[in-house]
Design a protein around this ligand. Structure first.
Ligand code: 6CS
Ligand code: FE
Length: 299
């Protein structure tokens, strides 16, 4: 296990007034070792290099059904109407995401705390972890809109005050991910490059960015340079498969016009040694249901 002091020095300046060079990441991708958890040395080595790991059959078909019924329950929960944790699709009003699901569902809270999830998250970030953010993404059929290219860490650094990229995200597919139904695209290895963005963060940016991100989005030139250098992989997999990915990997997804929803549970595990400070490029921190500020280690 490696430890490091949390600094609030801005190592990743972004949301600038003029374009600036890419920043080569010096922090590790994997902080723990094969002795620290279930990932083998070769799996950790691949994760360090590519910035993501796919685990097929991570949860059972029964658990897929269980979590899917939670997804349906939350989407239909009238008490969530008007709740800031519920995000709808801008065009159709269909449910797009529900945030803070570990507080809305004991079933999903148990998933976040299960050894097979926690042991892997701790192994990758090399310390105790807490939940920075959780959400269910519905990516509904026919009219589901995607997520333009972005680095999660760029947003979490700029708007939530996350000092360094020492957090790992888990996305569990609750429906089959085909190449054609809005599947996640990642640029393998791009997590080693931080792409500063141009453009100040508007106040209360999350009120529109969670429907369609604008601030913090890389330029076409940056996306082209990264795609030319790293290529693009598409995450496809059956319901029940899991994608572990580094907070800074460049990723995005297209729209879903097929009859097949592409729903997933998304949980972000941040190192307790990388606790949020003041936002590095926003006028105020985002609400806690998007960026948790209770850094108590999850167990
Ligand atoms: O702003 C955020 O925190 C969210 N935005 C995207 C597009 N992915 C990461 C995260 O859920
Ligand atoms: Fe994202």
């Amino acid at each position: 296990m490696t430890t490091t002091a949390t600094t609030s020095e801005d190592l990743f300046p972004t949301r600038l007034t003029t374009p600036s060079d890419f920043i080569a990441r010096t922090q590790p991708t994997v902080w723990g070792s094969a002795d620290d958890g279930p990932f083998s040395a070769s799996e950790l080595e691949a994760h360090e290099k590519r910035g993501f790991t796919i685990t097929d059959d991570f949860i059972s078909a029964d658990d897929v059904a269980l979590y899917s019924s939670e997804l349906d329950r939350l989407a239909a929960d009238s008490s969530l109407k008007g709740d800031p944790r519920l995000i709808t699709e801008r065009t159709t009003g269909a449910v797009r995401s529900v945030f803070e699901v570990e507080k809305l569902s004991s079933v999903l809270s148990a998933l976040a705390r299960s050894p097979k999830v926690l042991d892997r998250a701790r192994q990758i970030v090399g310390s105790e972890v807490y939940l920075h953010q959780t959400r269910i993404n519905y990516m509904p059929s026919f009219t589901g809109t995607g997520f333009y290219w972005h680095s999660d860490f760029e947003t979490w650094h700029a708007e939530d005050g996350m000092p360094i990229p020492r957090s790992v995200s888990l996305s569990i597919a609750l429906t089959d991910n085909y190449p054609f139904n809005g599947g996640l695209m990642v640029m393998p290895g791009s997590h080693r490059t931080f792409v500063p963005s141009v453009g100040e963060t508007p106040d209360n940016n999350h009120e529109q960015s969670l429907q369609a991100q604008e601030a913090g989005v890389p330029s076409h030139a940056a996306i082209t340079a990264l795609a030319d250098k790293y290529g693009i992989d598409q995450f496809t997999g059956d319901a029940g498969s899991a994608l572990w990915f580094d907070s800074n990997i460049m990723h995005g997804s297209g729209n879903n016009i097929t009859p097949y929803a592409r729903s997933n549970v998304f949980m972000v595990f941040n190192s307790v040694e990388n606790a949020l400070v003041e936002p590095f490029a926003a006028s105020a921190p985002r609400p806690e249901h998007i960026a948790n500020r209770d850094f108590t280690p999850i167990s």
